[in-house]
Write a protein that binds this ligand. Structure first.
Ligand code: ADP
Ligand code: PHD
Length: 439
């Protein structure tokens, strides 16, 4: 069995949906679970609608609902040709947009906000299901809200998902084609929730993991994981093979092609992940598995923006123990993860990308010493095999960035990551300079 995920761009227009049909049709006849994101741009529009409902600006929210409805009317008219298909499509969008408009009459809380955000994937999957029906292809539309669940810590509830989805699949043992929604799930209260922006990759990985699939395929608009950010550097190349750990580092540190959390379930259950291109379906793509080909080499570079660096300078740190624990406890209290950390005998610098509680955190850290905050930085993450060949990598990196003001360097945390922190305005130059020196 394979799990195939298609992102917002791959279902972004009726033409793209038809292209997706031809990719699915050409797959060998085994079980396939197709995970779809919302049509590109839809989740952004839904976010705006929910924001305005939350603010109480119902008039603006309803205008935005109507604008989106008009886009879907065009989509339906271009996707279907049969009277039945056109009716199915029209009834579907009428149902979902009535629900969106109807929310103006009730109290609107964060519960309703998440219901609004779920409509994109509910629409795209049903539209594709009806399109397959028009093409005389039978498929089962699996409601993700029936089996995707997070626990009280917002972590996937593997046990629940394994038993629920396993049971559903047994019910449909003779069917081969399944379609389900990416991104959406329920929380531990049973309310509609989601896996955060870009979360459809995570859905595919979770489904592949709990069903022990042969492969999880992430289909997108590029021919695999590139060795640098193609939006910033021009001559990047697709990488044929990456290990789970290398892919996780790159995804976490900004390689947008993959949701940062999506590698973990696949690694936990050892299910390979393949990144493929909807526009070039025959291209090799990238295989992410337990093995790697990096063998002493640097394989890729990625960048993560919106980073804030915090330095705590304290003479009390000198020869003291327990200092770092007290610093970390502050971040733990506010549930803010730390990305990078460097220390000297009298100071510690660390980075965060979540600044909602920055003021409170700084206030608490000031009990330990002087605190400096530098915002608008980027982490540049260089990934490769630093175990087989243990010398030379740091020199290559520092030499390539000798003209850039580097705020932090972190090396040795893992055997395949060297990260540097630079002001955001130097990100592109840093990526290009490293690319020219390394590849
Ligand atoms: N290292 C990288 N390799 C490949 N693509 C990358 C990388 N870093 C950023 N990207 C960007 O990720 C995009 C694909 O991700 P995304 O837009 O989320 O796809 P989808 O909508 O299919 O989920 C590519 O078009 C590319 O611009
Ligand atoms: N629709 C969601 C989920 C998603 O994963 O989208 P994409 O696969 O297009 O990144 C979002 O826009 O965040």
């Amino acid at each position: 069995m394979k799990v195939l995920k298609f992102g917002g761009t791959s279902v972004g227009s009726p033409e793209r949906m038809k292209k997706l049909f031809s990719i699915i049709e050409s797959q060998p006849s085994e079980k396939h679970i197709i995970v779809l994101s919302a049509v590109s741009g839809t989740t952004n529009s839904l976010e705006q609608i929910a924001k305005n409902y939350l603010k109480g600006d119902k008039e603006l929210a309803i205008t935005q609902v109507q604008n989106l409805y008009e886009k879907y009317q065009v989509f339906v008219s271009e996707l279907f040709v049969s009277v039945e298909g056109l009716n199915d499509g029209q009834n579907l969008i009428d149902h979902h947009f009535k629900l969106l408009e109807g929310l103006a009459n009730d109290l609107f809380t964060q519960v309703e906000e998440r219901i609004v955000l779920a409509q994109g994937e509910l629409l795209s999957t049903a539209l594709f299901h009806y399109y397959l029906k028009e093409q005389a292809i039978s498929s089962v539309l699996l409601p993700a809200l029936d089996f995707m669940r997070l626990d009280a810590d917002q972590e996937p509830d593997y046990e629940y998902m394994t038993s629920k989805l396993g049971g559903i699949m047994k019910q449909y043992s003779s069917d081969t084609l399944f379609i389900t929604q990416g991104y959406i799930c329920r929380n531990n209260f049973g309310e509609v929730d989601n896996l955060r922006r870009g979360g459809s990759d995570y859905t595919a990985s979770l489904i592949g993991a709990v069903l022990l699939a042969d492969e999880i395929q992430i289909w997108t608009d590029i021919d695999g994981f590139h060795n640098n950010d193609p939006r910033c550097v021009s001559n990047t190349k697709a990488i044929e093979q990456l290990s789970f750990d290398e892919a996780a580092e790159l995804a976490y540190f900004g390689a947008k092609i993959l949701h940062p959390q999506s590698v973990f379930p696949a690694k936990k259950f050892n299910v390979p992940v393949r990144l493929l291109d909807t526009l070039l379906p025959d291209a090799k793509g990238t295989l992410i598995s337990e093995s790697t080909q990096s063998d002493g080499k640097i394989v890729a570079i990625a960048a993560k923006d919106g980073i804030t660096a915090i330095r705590i300078h304290s003479s009390r740190m000198l020869l003291a123990y327990g200092f770092l624990r007290r610093v970390f406890e502050v971040f733990e209290r506010y549930k803010v993860p730390i990305d990078m950390i460097t220390t000297s005998e009298v100071a510690v610098s660390l980075t965060i990308d979540e600044t909602i509680h920055l003021e409170e955190i700084v206030r608490e850290l000031e009990h330990f010493g002087n605190v400096d905050v530098d915002s608008n930085h980027s982490i540049i993450c260089v990934v490769g095999d630093f175990k087989t060949k243990t010398h030379g990598h740091a020199t290559i990196v520092t030499e390539a960035v000798k003209h850039i003001p580097v705020r932090m360097i972190s090396y040795g945390g893992s055997e395949h990551n060297l990260s540097i922190l630079v002001p955001e305005q130097h990100k592109i130059e840093t990526l290009r300079s490293l690319h020219n020196r390394i590849f």
